[in-house]
Design a protein around this ligand. Structure first.
Ligand SMILES: *Cc1c(COP(=O)(O)O)cnc(C)c1O
Length: 394
């Protein structure tokens, strides 16, 4: 019986140029982003400038994590205690957590058959709730129809925060993910598209939102030392009104991220060639359903999702177990017990008036997920695909 032996949590090493830059930062002793020589731009400054350029937006802020960026995005957008925020029921725990952290109340929206947010349910709940904010997770890299999302935002005057934790490098009809909304948040945590252990970005085209985000992030009164930022006049009032929620990026992390950002396009192609191998194998099994991706969606497949329609919970658990025995680690989004990084919406019991979402539960009940670390070769992916198909076909 074929067996896979590599680790699903092993990422590639940091590029040598990043390691050298990190060593240089350590030699200098100037690890704090504002600890610069006269006229020097810190690694964090340079990273922000490069990320803003990469996204094609005027302003970027590097910070301590993706979840932190989401929280600051809510605050900078003016969310107040008790406000309602529309968000995907199918997402990662830091998303409802960030909403809760800002004192707001998540209004959970169903997942659709294509694993994106359910646009009909979004429209219904935008109308019924009167919410003024949408926190949209491009969960596991799946981009919903962005044209329709923007039309809904327009119709209900929704302030759109994009959670791009899985879509750094992705685009819809040639427009980068994260440039549709009012604010976008990214993660540079180890399992995302560039890796600094922990870290994140917030981008926006609104000067006042960025000024508040910079103040929140813990800039003290050093806001003039940001370059992918609005002019200092914008801070005049904001500096007095905006609490410091310390959560800065440091130069060590920035140093290792810069060469990874420069390399991102190549990495995206490597992920996608692996995805296509797995997808082709899965499509050979009639038991496996893997939704076709729309032509408009240019995704970055750092993971793959598929469904086993008609499988019971017990049968799914058996598939996960038998794949695991053969070295292939699958996650099940339908599990009622939160495990590892995965938790179903109804396990976030701090949410007030938790709705029942039978459609979401039905779709998640057969939905499986697998990471595609770039330490796997294309041959590895072929082997993994064969093992999964064998197990599923029983
Ligand atoms: C990872 C992730 C985040 C937050 O990232 P952290 O950097 O771990 O805080 C937010 N949303 C989604 C969908 C994620 O997967």
């Amino acid at each position: 019986m074929k067996q896979f032996t590599k680790s699903f949590t092993q990422q590639e090493s940091i590029p040598e140029t990043g390691i050298e830059a990190a060593v240089e930062v350590m030699r200098s002793g100037r690890l704090h982003r504002y600890n610069t020589l006269p006229d020097e731009k810190s690694e964090t400054d340079l990273l922000e400038i490069e990320f803003a350029e990469y996204q094609g937006v005027p302003y970027a802020l590097a910070c301590s994590s993706g979840g932190y960026a989401l929280h600051v995005a809510m605050r900078a957008a003016g969310v107040e205690a008790g406000d309602k925020v529309l968000c995907n029921a199918f997402t990662l725990a830091p998303v409802p957590g960030a909403i809760h952290n800002s004192g707001a109340v998540p209004v959970l929206i169903d997942v659709a058959e294509d694993y994106c947010i359910d646009l009909d349910d979004l429209e219904r709940k935008a109308e019924a709730s009167g919410a003024k904010y949408l926190m949209l997770s491009h969960m596991r890299g799946h981009l919903a129809d962005m044209d329709r999302i923007m039309a809904i935002c327009e119709r209900y005057s929704l302030f759109l925060i994009e959670d791009c934790a899985h879509t750094m490098g992705a685009s819809w009809n040639g427009k980068k993910s994260g440039t549709f909304g009012d604010v976008a948040c990214f993660s540079t945590q180890t399992y995302k598209h560039i890796n600094s252990g922990e870290g994140g970005f917030l981008t926006t085209r609104h000067p006042e939102v960025m000024a508040r985000a910079i103040m929140h992030s813990g800039s003290y009164m050093l806001f003039e030392r940001h370059f992918a930022a609005p002019p200092k006049e914008v801070f005049e009032q904001i500096r007095y009104e905006t609490p410091n929620y310390s959560g800065r990026m440091d130069n060590l992390r920035a140093a290792i991220l810069r060469p990874q950002l420069a390399d991102l396009e190549t990495q995206c192609e490597r992920w996608n060639s692996r995805y296509r191998i797995l997808e082709a194998l899965f499509n050979q099994s009639s038991a496996i359903n893997i939704p076709a991706r729309p032509d408009a969606e240019h995704f970055v497949a750092s993971s793959i999702q598929f469904s086993l329609p008609g499988f019971t919970a017990e049968e799914i658990q058996e598939v996960v177990k038998r794949c695991g025995e053969r070295g292939v680690i699958l996650k099940w989004f339908g599990d009622a017990i939160p495990r590892d990084y995965t938790s179903r919406y109804d396990s976030w019991r701090y949410i007030e008036d938790m709705p029942q979402l039978p459609k979401t539960e039905r779709i998640l009940s057969t939905l499986l997920d697998m990471r595609i670390p770039l330490t796997f070769s294309e041959e590895d992916c072929a082997l993994i695909g064969e093992i999964i198909v064998e197990v599923v076909n029983g």
